[in-house]
Structures are given as C-alpha cells and as structure tokens.
Design a protein around this ligand. Structure first.
Ligand SMILES: NC(=O)c1ccc[n+]([C@@H]2O[C@H](COP(=O)([O-])OP(=O)(O)OC[C@H]3O[C@@H](n4cnc5c(N)ncnc54)[C@H](OP(=O)(O)O)[C@@H]3O)[C@@H](O)[C@H]2O)c1
Length: 321
C-alpha cells in the first residue's frame, strides 16, 4: 500500500498540498472557462429575433458593419428602418436588400447625426409611429482619419466624435425606448470598440476611445435598468473589421469582414450585456490579458505612432505634388 495516492499525499508537506490544491482549482477554472467559451461562440442557439417585434432600426446602415447587419436582420425575417445621412447610399442599400429578401419591408430615414439632432429624432419618431420596432442597432460612428496626439485634434473632429458616437447613440436610444417599454420587449445593441474595452488604452485615438467607453458604460447601466422590463441591452465590442473606418481592405483571421462580423454579432443578441462576437477577437483579448498593461500600452503607442508617421509622410508628399 506504500504507493497508494492517499498515502503519498499524506506524506507531502502541508505547503505543497496547499500549492497542489490551488493549482488544481486554477486548472479546473481554466477548463470551465474554455468549455464556456466554446459553448457561447459555437454551440449556443441564437435567439429568435422576431420575438422582439417585427421591425428593426439600424443606424449607420449605409456602409461597413451597419450595412452587413441590415442584411443579416433581413435574412432573419425582420423589416427594416434604415437610418443614414446619404439618401443615395440609403436607396442603394435598401434596393439591394429588397432584391435579396423580397418579403422585407424597408423604410429609410435621412439623418445626419452631426446636424440637427432634434429634427432627426423627430423624423425617426414619424417613421416608427405605429410599428413594433423590437430591435435598435446603434452602429453609426465616427473615427479618427489618422492617429493624432490630442493637442493636434481639431475642434470639428472632437465635436463630430461626441455628437455621433455619444449624443446620437443616446438620443436615438431614448427615442426608441418608450415603445419597447410599452410592449415589454426589445433589444438595444450599440457598437462599442475594443479601443475602450479589449486593450488598456488606445493612444493617439483618445477621444474616439473615450466616446466608446461612454457607449459601453451607458449600455451596461441600461442593461441593469431595463432587464426586468424585458429589454435586452448590449454593447458589442469588435477589434478590427475591414471597413472604410479602419481603412483595412482585406479581411484576415484577426480582421473580420463586415459580413462575418455581422453574422457572428446577430447570434449574440439577447445574451450578455457586453460581448465580443467575432471569436478570433475574443481569443486576441485573452492573449492580450496575459501581458502586463504597461507592455500593451507601449506596443500600441508604437503602432499608433507608425500610423501617424505614415499619414504625415503621405500629407507631405501630397503638398509637394
Ligand atoms: N471597423 C472596425 O474595426 C470597428 C472596430 C470597433 C468598433 N467599430 C464601430 O463600429 C461602428 C461601424 O463602423 P464601421 O467600421 O462599419 O465604419 P464605416 O464603414 O465608416 O461606417 C460607419 C457608418 O456610420 C455612418 N455615419 C458616419 N457619420 C455619420 C453621420 N454624421 N450621420 C449619420 N451616419 C453617419 C456612415 O455613413 P456613410 O455611409 O454616409 O459614411 C456609415 O454608415 C462604429 O460605431 C465604429 O466605431 C468599428
């Protein structure tokens, strides 16, 4: 019986037993986390989105993520209210959705979020009158044209970032909530950013990251406020998606195409208050969390400075032409 595991364990010093117990618990926690990650990313069934209502309103529907989101929602059988600032692009998007999903009813609202917000909200109010709008997707967003130190950011960019990313998201959400409260159901999805959540800082994009931190905490508070009223509020947090905002043309393992992002994103509606729907992004988040924050800060600063340098060189070359 000398090699019985119980006897072996009894012969070990108490400090080693303690370390073994902690190690086993950590391994168990890691295994559970991995299983949970696999389940929520690949196995969990998506919600039936039509249970929220038969209409969805999408801002930023004329390009990138918002456009792909609109196609996904139409595919799931929802009618759409597409909000955008450019009437021609709105017409194009609604015609191509209609061509693919013939049964989808589509309304459009022209709304420039850097313009008169009250006037735009009034137009949204008129468009949703009498409709059971169950889903709101706040996608419209403004980013930096290039990496910039804060003292170099001009006033008009600061104003656009705050107006579109913060005020627009807030006021459109406020306009849609009363109907959802009345019907006791709804889903409010807002696009946050990895710049605010997945990395410790986003130097040279400070105002953008700040506005997205607002979106994240705003959504989290609403999630708690309205959970009991049947309204699922969620902030979706991507890293890179190949759109005109990022100026990345080609999708790759870590850079989602708008279509792949939107397909993953609609699967998460109605679940956690904050999520990173595209699984390679959440893998990246886990990898980043292994490094000290100061190291990641330094790495991202270097990356942003390289982008700034390239932009400065392009500007200098243009001036010489
Ligand atoms: N791409 C990424 O890697 C990434 C990562 C994290 C978070 N996000 C967030 O995802 C959202 C969508 O970004 P995206 O990458 O799809 O960018 P995008 O391709 O540039 O699309 C942005 C959308 O917002 C609309 N928009 C911009 N300014 C507006 C204004 N003043 N009034 C009304 N609509 C306006 C644009 O309209 P037009 O078509 O008229 O330009 C477009 O439909 C943003 O909130 C962004 O912060 C993106």
């Amino acid at each position: 019986m000398a090699d019985c595991p119980i006897h072996l364990l009894k012969s070990l010093p108490i400090w080693l037993l303690f370390l073994l117990a902690i190690g086993s618990l950590s391994l168990l926690k890691l295994a559970l986390n991995v299983l949970c990650w696999v389940y929520v990313n690949f196995l969990r069934p998506p919600k039936n989105l039509k249970k929220y209502g038969s209409w969805a309103l999408v801002t930023g529907s004329t390009d990138g993520i918002g456009k792909a989101y609109s196609f996904q929602l139409a595919r799931k059988g929802l009618n759409l209210i597409l909000v955008g600032r450019n009437p021609d692009k709105l017409k194009d998007v609604s015609e191509s959705i209609q061509a693919k999903y013939r049964k989808t009813q589509i309304k459009t609202v022209v709304f420039d979020l850097v313009g008169d917000l009250d006037e735009g909200i009034k137009r949204i109010g008129e468009a949703i009158e009498g409709l059971d709008v169950g889903i709101l997707v706040n996608v419209a967003g403004v980013g930096y044209p290039n990496a910039k130190y804060f003292h170099d950011v001009d006033d008009s960019l600061i104003s656009d970032l705050i107006k579109v990313n913060v005020e627009g998201t807030t006021k459109i959400t406020q306009a849609l909530l009363p109907g959802m409260l009345k019907r006791k159901k709804g889903a409010i999805i807002s696009l946050g950013s990895g710049a605010a959540n997945l990395i410790p800082s986003y130097p040279l994009y400070s105002v953008y990251a700040g506005t997205k931190t607002y979106v994240d905490q705003f959504s989290r508070c609403l999630y708690v406020e309205y959970k009991k009223s049947g309204i699922d509020v969620q902030c979706q947090v991507p890293l890179w998606v190949a759109t005109k905002m990022t100026k990345i043309r080609k999708a790759s393992f870590l850079v989602a195409s708008p279509e792949a992002y939107a397909a993953a994103a609609t699967r998460w509606i109605g679940y956690e208050p904050r999520c990173t729907p595209y699984w390679p992004h959440s893998l990246m988040k886990a990898v980043l969390s292994l490094f000290p924050e100061s190291f990641v800060d330094g790495y991202i600063l270097k990356y942003s400075l390289a982008i700034r340098k390239k932009a400065q060189q392009r500007e200098a070359a243009k001036k010489q032409e």
